[in-house]
Design a protein around this ligand. Structure first.
Ligand SMILES: Cc1cc2nc3c(=O)[nH]c(=O)nc-3n(C[C@H](O)[C@H](O)[C@H](O)COP(=O)(O)OP(=O)(O)OC[C@H]3O[C@@H](n4cnc5c(N)ncnc54)[C@H](O)[C@@H]3O)c2cc1C
Length: 432
């Protein structure tokens, strides 16, 4: 048994871990080692990638590229390939991932299973929209090919299917042509949610990438930094020297606390404000600023942290975000990493995909036990009343009734579940 955790480090649980190393043997291995669950890089914050007491099929050695067509940008690869490796290899060749989350240390299988989104959801939808085909292995031994036009029901169950329909062995991804690794970016300080909505509205049509950091501890309705960017069309620049640093140890207490949070936020706001305006930024700094400090999750100390990420529909967004932010400010449980982003109106690809029209708010909170959980209960009420829902990739505690209400595709999804697969999240939210 190996102790395994996820990104939030809320605990370490014993698992039987089976590394999958090649396509040929994986189908047989998962038949004999069940109930199990695929584990990519464990970049999910909560329990969607955990199966305490059971098997984890570690996919990170399923990391081979299979084929690439330089005319069409169609890439076939194994599911353990990292998004980082796709970006590194293909951006210099003029192709990039059309959708990428805020870290590139994620596997293709993990990105499909959570149907992840990025800063350009309003333009390109989710990761799953760019998957043309995938191979799914079931624990009874069946191997299924599926895609948007081939067994579309299996495809829709598996994209965003939380790893519960089978093991994704390979995927074909449509890459996006890119002129290079640079982004023309604008950094805009703003005050209050009204300005956030104005900036989102104004930027939606002309900017491929938009997102905002929000200082929820600042009074007067809050303040934030709005980032927007487009792929830079021309102009060669030498690649920057990027340094990966790592937080070397876990401090005995969370470094994010009442004493540090306000100065942290003020410092960050003022630094960004100082450098506001147009700039040219390398894609790594623009898409993945957090990857500059590896294992930053340790700063929350031995008790770990939660992320609370919700989406609320457009018509109720302003009122419900205001209510959530003032609830958070009142609780004094502020968050350093608070991100606001408008989602586009695309129809979700997966039966259980999280992104849907509206605005998403993501906040990190140090784990202070009951106090933090009580705050989440109050936030849940606001989200539920607004008709919103919570992102399972970030979740470790939402109640099952909130999952059922927020994911009306659940009943349609259930027949596609693989009976040999189970996760801590599926047991908590679906009962098995
Ligand atoms: C710093 C940071 C920033 C992030 N930003 C974003 C963001 O902007 N947008 C966003 O959407 N998410 C974001 N995330 C969340 C992250 O993108 C997802 O949790 C992602 O799914 C993690 O991928 P992973 O490879 O680590 O998979 P894991 O976390 O190991 O697993 C995730 C799920 O995928 C399943 N799975 C993994 N591999 C396979 C496979 N081969 N077959 C079947 N199922 C599989 C697992 O069973 C599990 O259910 C962020 C995470 C971090 C740490």
């Amino acid at each position: 048994m190996e102790l395994v955790t996820s990104w939030g480090r809320l605990g370490r649980w014993p698992h039987e871990v089976e590394p999958l190393t090649d396509r040929g043997s994986s189908a047989q291995l998962i038949q004999s080692k069940k109930p199990g669950l695929a584990y990519g890089l464990g970049r999910s914050y909560g329990d969607v990638c955990l199966n305490p007491g059971g098997w984890l099929w570690r996919t990170s050695a399923l990391d081979r590229f299979i084929s690439f067509n330089p005319q069409t940008g169609l890439l076939a690869c194994e599911a353990g390939v990292l998004l980082r490796d796709i970006q590194r290899l293909f951006i210099p060749r003029g192709w990039m991932l059309p959708v990428t989350p805020g870290t590139q240390l994620v596997t293709v299988g993990g990105a499909i299973a959570n149907d992840v989104h990025g800063k350009n959801h309003h333009v390109r939808g989710t990761f799953g929209e760019h998957v043309r085909r995938l191979t799914l292995v079931r624990t009874e031994g069946e191997i299924l090919e599926c895609g948007p036009n081939l067994r579309p029901d299996w495809f829709s169950a598996t994209v965003g299917g939380l790893g519960l329909t089978g093991l994704i062995l390979t995927a074909e991804l449509q890459l996006l042509p890119t002129p290079g690794p640079w982004i023309d970016c604008e950094v805009i300080p703003y005050t209050g949610l009204v300005e956030f909505f104005e900036l989102s509205e104004e930027s939606g049509a002309a900017w491929e990438y938009t997102m905002s950091w929000f200082d929820c501890l600042y009074g007067k309705g809050g303040r934030g930094i709005f980032f927007r960017g487009n792929l830079r069309k021309n102009g060669f620049r030498a690649d920057p020297q990027l340094h990966e640093r790592s937080l070397p140890l876990t401090p005995p207490v969370s470094l994010v606390n009442r004493l540090t949070l306000r100065p942290f936020n003020t410092l960050y706001f003022n630094l960004q404000k100082k450098h506001s305006g147009p700039q040219v930024v390398h894609y790594q700094s623009f898409f993945y600023p957090l990857d500059n400090l590896l294992e930053w999750n340790r700063m929350y100390g031995p008790r770990g942290f939660y992320q609370y990420q919700s989406v609320v529909p457009p018509d109720t967004a302003r009122d419900s975000l205001e209510a959530m932010l003032s609830e958070i400010a009142r609780s004094g449980e502020g968050s350093f990493l608070a991100v606001l982003k408008g989602f586009g109106g695309q129809k979700p690809v997966g039966m259980l995909s999280f992104p849907r029209p509206g605005v998403t708010l993501a906040l990190d909170f140090p784990n202070k036990g009951v106090r933090t959980l009580k705050l989440f209960e109050r936030l849940d009420k606001i989200v539920a009343q607004a008709g919103g829902c919570i992102y399972p990739a970030k979740d470790a505690r939402m109640p099952p009734e909130m999952f059922r209400a927020g994911y009306p595709g659940l009943q349609e999804f259930l027949p596609y579940r693989d009976p040999g697969i189970s996760s801590a999240l599926s047991r908590r939210l679906i009962g098995s």
